[in-house]
Design a binder for this molecule. Structure first.
Ligand SMILES: [Fe+2]
Ligand SMILES: [Fe+2]
Length: 202
């Protein structure tokens, strides 16, 4: 991807509301659980990119960009798993918060709306992950772990940019921006009440 592509889009402030300090407190007090959930987020992010490649194999630009994202997310998955090992946190499934399913429910079933909504929901999740991983990087009291979270920032910022560019590539800009606005409202509503279980998207 040419780096100037991102600057061609109007600056997108995708997230309607910033993350609360209550979430930061919850996350910082439960770093082991957050790491475990974070590993699942990276695995899911890779899976979402791969699913889009399977579903729309003829969209060459999308396939190229999402191949890179899937690879990076799997690398992140591996790195987070190394942190789990280092802290002796056994891998186990965690009950996901309602966030992902709530957003998935917004994806319309007819094409091409399904494709547009899938790109925008993925972009919103990346944008929120970028925001929250950045908060962990800033507030984590363990310097090594904070450094690790800082190191993820650049690629997570690029990921949400890629999803917007793909939406802009395959859809009319006005249409994509107005749908993004609707979905962003839902995204913020889903996080309006802190989920009792500590999660990246609680
Ligand atoms: Fe990632
Ligand atoms: Fe990502």
């Amino acid at each position: 991807m040419k780096s100037n592509l991102i600057t061609e889009l109007p600056k997108i402030n995708a997230l309607k509301t910033p993350t609360s300090s209550a979430w930061v407190e919850q996350a910082i007090s439960n770093l082991d659980t957050i790491l475990l959930d974070h590993a699942q987020c990276e695995r899911k992010a890779a899976g979402v990119a791969l699913n889009l490649i399977f579903r729309y194999p003829s969209n060459a630009k999308m396939v190229r960009e999402l191949t890179k994202i899937a690879r990076e997310e799997l690398e992140h998955f591996e790195l987070v798993n190394q942190w789990l090992d280092r802290r002796n946190i056994p891998m186990r499934p965690l009950q996901p918060p309602p966030y992902g399913a709530g957003l998935k429910a917004q994806i319309r079933s007819q094409e091409p709306q399904r494709f547009l909504d899938s790109l925008l929901v993925s972009g919103l999740i990346e944008a929120r992950s970028h925001e929250r991983l950045g908060l962990i990087a800033n507030y984590c009291p363990e310097p090594e772990l904070a450094k690790f979270y800082h190191s993820l920032m650049a690629s997570e910022a690029r990921h949400f940019g890629v999803y917007w560019i793909l939406a802009d590539t395959y859809f009319d800009r006005e249409l994509f921006l107005s749908r993004l606005d609707e979905l962003a409202v839902v995204e913020s509503e889903l996080l309006a009440h802190l989920h009792p279980e500590p999660r990246v998207h609680s």
